[in-house]
Design a protein around this ligand. Structure first.
Ligand SMILES: *Cc1c(COP(=O)(O)O)cnc(C)c1O
Length: 364
């Protein structure tokens, strides 16, 4: 039997995640034509609410893209930087490596700051560098492949002090960890529909600081047709996009942002934090370990023997899907997500299933 869309499996993944009933219902609605005043109004509202939610200013800009998060990363990097730039990239895992690859493919000079496996990123890693040689810094606020959360206030201060344009991939941190683009002083912040927002995959957004938009995005020649952010900002001023938007997800986004902003983003962050805290407290009863570095509330990297086997058993016998890890962490680390419409009762079920399968693994 294959698991198709519509068959229920409880998702402790980091994307897609459990959607709530309202979001799912919108996914079943008929779609309207979108080159209309009514759709433009919805887009305008999404732009305003999204700026509010990431802590950007009213004069900043939002580009709504029909792509997964990686598309938005590439759009942001190629719009903001050119081969005449030289960026630093904090590389603590596969998402840091993705930023590096985007630079490589697009001919943008990039010097990685590689975070040693299992260790926290430390500022003294930047100590030997001649920072004046650089113009930007790329960081995944939460490196989702390991669960490490970077200190964005410190990184923001460092970039401000050294005149670096800071591009923040907040895709897996948004609504999980506190973040305010204006306070951090970021040039751009990237978010995506299928992580903390808990919508269908396929929509991502780049929030651009107004100065970055004027001094960099508008000044640089476009290097891609589909990912020309300047054209998204320009069309966005009349509530439109240059190409067909992810219409259905825009409606899900609008509904979700209205609800979020009414309750307040800090309440959403607190909810994720409390789910993560509850799960980590319950883990105390099991023979597992957590890494030493700072963790995002979005995900708990559970270090356990037979991690991949456990992942398979949780799906097969309990209908629970956690995130396996890639590469070297595959056999040793399960990643348990806390984003989306989960409850402490769900945590309880997962812990019970883990307990059962961990003892089964030892018997076999
Ligand atoms: C999920 C994620 C992305 C985007 O991945 P896609 O598969 O392209 O959606 C980018 N950065 C981080 C940190 C992520 O967690």
């Amino acid at each position: 039997m294959t698991m198709g869309a519509g068959e229920r499996e409880l998702l402790f993944t980091v994307g897609p995640v459990e959607m709530d009933d309202a979001t799912r219902a919108i996914g079943g609605d008929p779609l309207p034509y979108f080159r209309t005043a009514e759709f433009s109004e919805v887009v305008h509202r999404c732009q305003a609410l999204l700026k509010q939610a990431v802590g950007a200013g009213p004069a900043d800009h939002v580009a709504l893209l029909a792509c997964s998060g990686t598309g938005a990363m590439e759009a942001a990097v190629t719009a903001i930087f050119t081969p005449a730039d030289h960026v630093l990239c904090i590389d603590g895992g596969s998402f840091g490596a993705r930023f590096r690859k985007i630079c490589d493919v697009n001919g943008i000079p990039c010097t990685p700051i590689v975070v040693p496996p299992g260790e926290p990123f430390r500022f003294d890693q930047l100590a030997g560098l001649d920072v004046s040689a650089f113009t930007g810094l790329l960081v995944n606020m939460h490196e989702t492949s390991t669960g490490q959360l970077y200190d964005m206030v410190k990184i923001g201060d460092f970039c401000r002090a050294n005149g670096l344009a800071l591009v923040v991939d907040a895709i897996s941190s948004f609504l999980a960890d506190p973040y305010a683009m204006g306070d951090v002083g970021a040039a751009a912040t990237i978010v995506s529909s299928h992580k903390g927002l808990a919508l269908a995959p396929g929509l991502s957004a780049v929030v651009l600081g107004d100065r970055t938009y004027r001094d960099r995005v508008l000044a640089n020649p476009p290097r891609s047709v589909y990912f020309d952010l300047a054209s998204y900002v320009e069309d966005g001023q009349r509530g439109q996009t240059p190409f067909t938007p992810a219409v259905g997800i825009v409606y899900q986004l609008h509904d979700k942002l209205e609800r979020l902003c009414e309750a307040g983003v800090p309440a959403a962050v607190a909810r994720t934090a409390s789910l993560a805290g509850d799960f980590r407290a319950r883990l105390g009863a099991l023979p597992v370990e957590l890494p030493d570095y700072p963790l995002s509330n979005a995900l708990t990297p559970v270090q356990v023997r037979d991690a991949y086997e456990l992942y398979l058993r949780l799906r097969r016998s309990h209908g629970i899907c956690v995130n396996p890890s890639g590469g070297a962490l595959g056999a040793t680390t399960l990643r348990v997500g806390h984003l989306g419409n989960l409850t402490t009762k769900d945590n309880e079920s997962l812990i019970a299933a883990l307990e059962e399968e961990m003892s089964a693994c030892k018997l076999s």
